[in-house]
Write a protein that binds this ligand. Structure first.
Ligand code: 8X3
Length: 256
């Protein structure tokens, strides 16, 4: 139980990598503040975790895209939840896979608001207390898309390049404190990611993960736990992880 009595704040916690992080951090004894938009799913996740692990779970459907909402939520956290040890900026999505001159503007707005602004807002609100306490840990979930731009990836890749750049900016600005930052950039992970990207087209989404073994949310969560449980003098700045079958965004060895 390497994270016993710590508090971990996870955005996008009702599914995918966020959900896996909630489970793996609970396994290590961490209490959890879980944010997600879907109340039903979030309640179910919280109940499951409380049944399996003796940790406390606090939930909210507050929208990370709305600075005032998230500020009110954090300002009004009950006393026992005010000290946040670990922030996992996980909420993020891809919407659409269209050429830059054809894409849907609403898709762009939502990706920018969630992947960029959501991460910034949570960090801006939670980091000051970590700096004041001179301890804390931030995990930003980026993507392979922060390393390379692939066809029709345009704005999504831009948001993930942003995440990578801002992780580095955080590391630089936090230098001299004991607050550490790890940027995790996964390649193909089988989650709801593709179904959301393709606006609910399950068949198209399932094709993305066919013919090879993709990563799972648990694979990423285990890496997050590893990074968060290094000794204080060790900061893993960046982890870039793909399935073995994936070399680049477009080179994936698939068996038919
Ligand atoms: C998810 C990985 O390659 O679909 O961020 O962009 S990829």
């Amino acid at each position: 139980m390497k994270l016993l009595n710590k508090t971990t704040f996870i955005t996008g916690a009702s599914a995918g990598i966020g959900l896996s992080c909630a489970l793996k951090f609970a396994e290590q004894g961490s209490n959890l503040i879980l944010l997600a938009r879907r109340r039903d799913k979030l309640n179910q996740v919280a109940d499951d975790i409380r049944k399996k692990h003796s940790v406390k779970v606090h939930t909210s459907t507050v929208d990370v895209r709305n600075f005032q909402e998230i500020k009110d939520f954090i300002d009004n956290l009950p006393e026992e939840w005010k000290k946040i040890d670990i922030l996992i900026n996980n909420a993020g999505k891809a919407l659409g896979l269209s050429k830059i001159y054809e894409a849907d503007l609403a898709d762009w707005e939502e990706m920018i608001d969630t992947n960029i602004k959501g991460l910034l807002y949570c960090s801006r609100l939670i980091l000051p207390d970590m700096v004041a306490r001179n301890e804390g840990f931030v995990i930003n979930i980026g993507s392979l898309a922060g390393h390379e731009v692939y066809p029709a990836g345009n704005v999504y890749c831009g948001t993930k390049s942003f995440v990578r750049a801002v992780s580095k900016g955080m590391i630089i600005d936090l230098n001299g404190t004991n607050v550490r930052v790890t940027n995790i950039d996964p390649g193909l992970v089988e989650t709801e990611f593709s179904e959301i990207r393709f606006h609910g087209d399950k068949e198209r989404a399932s094709m993305v993960y066919k013919g090879y073994q993709p990563l799972t949310g648990d694979d990423i969560a285990e890496i997050a736990v590893f990074a968060a449980t290094r000794p204080m003098h060790v900061q893993i700045q960046e982890i870039f992880v793909t399935p073995t079958a994936q070399a680049t965004a477009t080179i994936v060895s698939k068996k038919s």
